[in-house]
Design a protein around this ligand. Structure first.
Ligand code: PLP
Length: 393
């Protein structure tokens, strides 16, 4: 199809000027090749727990096929409020402070659109999840990057944030445990960030989608810290810890004024999240502990293996502490992250994601997801070692 410049010129400029996600482009190539081991897509390889799938079938048979309340089924919101209190330490009223969304993706978009006026600045850390910058721009905000570095475990510090603050800063977006670096923040780190947000009266959007997936200690949630709840939008969902990506279910917890504003956008654009997915989520919350514990144990085993294997082949890698990603430096290969990933794919049939897909400061790294079987991880590391011995002997 020939691109029509006149149609292109009529597009919204923010949309027109944002490139497509580097991950998708790359994986279009992967799907055309045979025998590839993919450490690429950040999607759990586990099946959605059987009791969750079974209950979805029952829900369908019983006719749960209609619109739900815009906020989501009240039964689900009650279960979510109880889960968030138990697991993350935040207390929310299911009537007014919980909104069920189409994945964390929609919740992020709603949060930013509800908050931002054109020109408002949002502090966020890079390397980060591919959608953050685009979502801020779509909401007519100004993305302000705070670069995190492997030297301090890809953590955010108060000094780094202070350096990027301006009178137009309105919000701070965080994601720990982090995609793509596997970094986590300790309670002490988060207290510093919380003090910064409170002193400068910022709204905090915290994406804790990987909150259950930590390997060397428990996760600390921002909403458990004193004084932060009133300025925080907490985001979480079912894609990662329950391997429910295709259900597209997430949620936001926040003070009523913020949830009401987000709900208005959701109401006019989405109506509600899928009724069947909401039923599935109610079942998922009925016994999360055993479902999640088994996956965490297996991810930890793979994390230990992959961290050791990368070090053994001579790639420096900050030890991943959460999520299911390792983010080694490929500097010694002398290749750009895109060339490294392309050549690794062509020569050894291993797919990793170029660090540049996660922002300019991801250049010099690649993301290896260990959300695939131990056999695959083992074979991928053997192939990658061969590749490194040729390109960075
Ligand atoms: N936030 C982060 C940090 C992610 O890594 C992802 C998916 O990879 C999402 C949000 C999207 O989650 P969902 O499937 O709930 O839309």
């Amino acid at each position: 199809m020939n691109a029509s410049p006149s149609l292109r010129n009529r597009l919204n400029t923010a949309v027109r000027d944002i490139p497509r996600s580097g991950i998708r482009d790359f994986f279009d190539i992967v799907t055309t090749m045979k025998g590839v081991i993919s450490l690429g897509i950040g999607e759990p390889d586990f099946d959605t727990p059987w009791h969750v799938r079974e209950s979805t079938v029952f829900a369908l048979e019983r006719g749960a096929t209609h619109y739900t309340s815009n906020l989501g089924y009240l039964e689900l919101r009650r279960a979510l409020a109880a889960y968030v209190q138990r697991t993350f330490g935040g207390q929310y009223d299911p009537q007014t402070e919980v909104l069920v969304t189409v994945g964390v993706s929609e919740a992020l978009d709603l949060a930013l659109r509800a908050l931002l006026n054109p020109g408002d600045e949002v502090l966020y850390h890079e390397p980060c999840y591919v959608s953050y910058r685009a979502t801020i721009l779509f909401a007519h905000g100004v993305p302000v990057i705070v670069e995190t570095r492997p030297e301090n475990g890809f953590r955010l510090t108060r000094e780094m944030l202070e350096a990027k603050l301006t009178p137009r800063t309105k919000a701070l977006m965080l994601n720990f445990p982090n995609n793509p670096t596997g970094a986590v923040m300790s309670r002490a780190d988060l207290l510093d960030v919380a003090a910064f947000a409170s002193e400068h009266d910022l709204i905090v959007i915290t994406d804790e989608i990987y909150g259950e997936l930590t390997y060397d200690g428990p996760h600390t949630s921002l909403v458990s810290l004193p004084g932060l709840r009133e300025r925080t939008i907490f985001l979480h969902g079912f894609s990662k810890a329950w391997a429910m990506t295709g259900f597209r279910l997430g949620y936001a917890c926040a003070p009523p004024e913020l949830i009401e504003a987000m709900m208005k956008i959701h109401q006019y654009t989405m109506l509600c999240a899928s009724s069947l997915s909401q039923k599935a989520a109610i079942e998922a919350l009925a016994r999360p502990a055993s479902d999640i514990a088994n996956m965490v144990q297996e991810y930890r085993r793979r994390r230990n293996f992959i961290a050791a294997a990368l070090t053994d082949m001579g790639l420096e890698c900050h030890r991943p502490l959460g999520a299911f990603y390792a983010f080694p430096s490929i500097a010694r290969s002398g290749l750009s992250s895109r060339d490294f990933a392309l050549r690794l794919l062509q020569e050894e049939k291993v797919a990793v994601v170029p660090g540049s897909a996660f922002g300019a400061c991801g250049e010099g790294f690649v993301r290896c997801a260990y959300a695939t079987s131990m056999d695959n991880v083992t074979e991928a590391m053997a192939r990658m070692k061969r590749f490194i011995s040729r390109h960075a002997p």
